[in-house]
Design a protein. Structure first.
Length: 441
């Protein structure tokens, strides 16, 4: 038996296995059983066009069949959760929005709900602010699913759907820019409400979008659903049944595509979702095709929710009344297009000395949050997005940890890929819709 300075080895039922830590590959494997010469190890990523950014997959292949698959994360680690411990509670919104960059509104809303629960002001959030949160989240869900459809189509060779998916997403980003001033990373949903009210111009754009989008969805289905290559690449591919999903903690469209109608908007309502009419789409097969069908159906349900939210918008404030907590929400842009207008600054300074002091302390120091810890979960486009927030009574979080669905759902990749073809690793991985910005926090 040969030995190596670079690799430990062990005998298994399938032959001798080396754990390689360095050195020349040919030298290390030269003494192995020739039957196993066909088995190779391939690194897919972390900069592979089909691994959704910086996800690394280590695949052990026998021909084109995957015998073992491992996911390696951490290449995009930003330290956002740690950074939150050095910023006040309001500043935290500007950090969490950057995690899952395809669903920033959900990151912000989950964080705001957790802080509000710690403050004990959940019931004080105004009806208009809550309705705006639902409106923004459902628009964000549509835009996220459109990116999934676009990128998955591209990875499976459907270039046209990639162009169309991003085209429609641009319309939603224009709406977000009209409302928040930014296309992404908005820091719009804040503890106590939202940063500013929805302008009338945005309402017009949203109604135009709702009128236009059903026709676009029909075009997507005409383009893909009857296409033989698309069905071959998705039906009975990367199957994960409901038992496997539950065992691995998988949530969101992947779980619902296996037949379980688990949606936190229905099962554990928040933001008044119990007062909205919508269905939870499911599919029985648990394959890539089922995940495609579920996400298209969810876009339609989100459009229904957006329409209901628009009808529910009533005039009123968008921040809690307590000025010791309420970040200014009546913002006005200056003549240079940046900052606050001089009239708005004069209004803040001219109201009263007490309001000026509160404003100053809120911006420089932040508000204090009573000691305690909470867990708040919402239904993001990828599944259960949970926030565990801990306060020690100060103006900054003691600890904030996210239960991020991209990170959890990636556990399913080996279960879906092993025993299948290497081409199906791409389809299966894409069907999980992982966003590495959320996975590596």
């Amino acid at each position: 038996m040969t030995t190596s300075n670079y690799a430990s080895e062990r005998e298994t039922d399938e032959g001798r296995v080396f754990t390689v830590t360095g050195g020349d590959w040919d030298t290390i494997v030269s003494g192995t059983d020739p039957i196993n010469d066909e088995r190779i190890v391939v690194n897919m990523g972390p900069q592979h066009p089909s691994t959704h950014g910086v996800l690394r997959l280590i695949l052990e292949l026998e021909g084109e069949t995957v015998r073992e698959a491992r996911s390696v994360v951490g290449y995009l680690h930003t330290g956002i959760e740690k950074n939150l411990e050095y910023r006040n509670w309001v500043q935290g919104s500007t950090f969490v929005t950057r995690m899952d960059y395809l669903a920033p509104i959900f990151n912000e809303t989950a964080y705001a709900l957790a802080v509000e629960k710690l403050l004990g002001i959940t019931d004080d959030i105004t009806e208009r602010a809550t309705t705006i949160r639902v409106l923004m989240m459902e628009l964000n869900r549509i835009s996220s699913h459109l990116v999934w459809l676009a990128t998955t189509g591209m990875e499976l060779g459907a270039i046209s759907i990639m162009l169309y998916g991003f085209r429609e997403r641009e319309y939603i980003l224009d709406i977000f820019e009209t409302i928040t001033g930014l296309r992404m990373n908005h820091a719009y949903v804040r503890p106590g409400g939202v940063a500013q009210d929805v302008p009338d111009a945005a309402i017009v754009k949203i109604r135009e979008f709702l009128k236009m989008m059903p026709k676009k969805l029909k075009e997507y289905e005409d383009l893909l659903s009857g296409q033989p290559i698309w069905t071959e690449r998705t039906k009975n591919v990367a199957v994960l049944d409901v038992t496997g999903c539950v065992a691995l903690g998988i949530t969101g469209p992947v779980l619902r595509s296996a037949g379980l109608a688990w949606d936190l908007r229905k099962t554990m309502p928040y933001c008044g979702y119990e007062n909205y009419e919508f269905d939870v789409p499911t599919h029985p097969d648990g394959d890539v095709w089922g995940r495609y069908q579920v996400r298209l159906a969810e876009i339609r349900e989100s459009m229904k929710l957006v329409e209901q939210a628009l009808d529910r918008l009533r005039p009123g404030p968008v921040m809690v009344a307590d000025r010791k907590i309420a970040w200014p929400a009546q913002l006005a842009i200056g003549v240079d297009g940046m900052g606050n207008s001089l009239e708005h600054v004069a209004k803040i300074m001219g109201q009263s000395m007490e309001s000026l002091i509160h404003h100053f302390k809120l911006v420089t120091e932040g508000f204090r949050v009573p000691p305690g810890q909470v867990y708040v979960a919402i239904e993001s486009p990828r599944g259960e997005l949970g926030v565990h927030a801990v306060s020690d009574g100060g103006t900054r979080p003691y600890r904030v940890h996210y239960r991020e669905p991209s990170f959890v759902n990636l556990q399913a990749l080996p279960a879906m890929a092993e025993g299948g073809l290497i081409a199906d690793v791409i389809a299966g991985g894409a069907s999980l819709d992982p966003v590495m910005g959320g996975c590596d926090r």
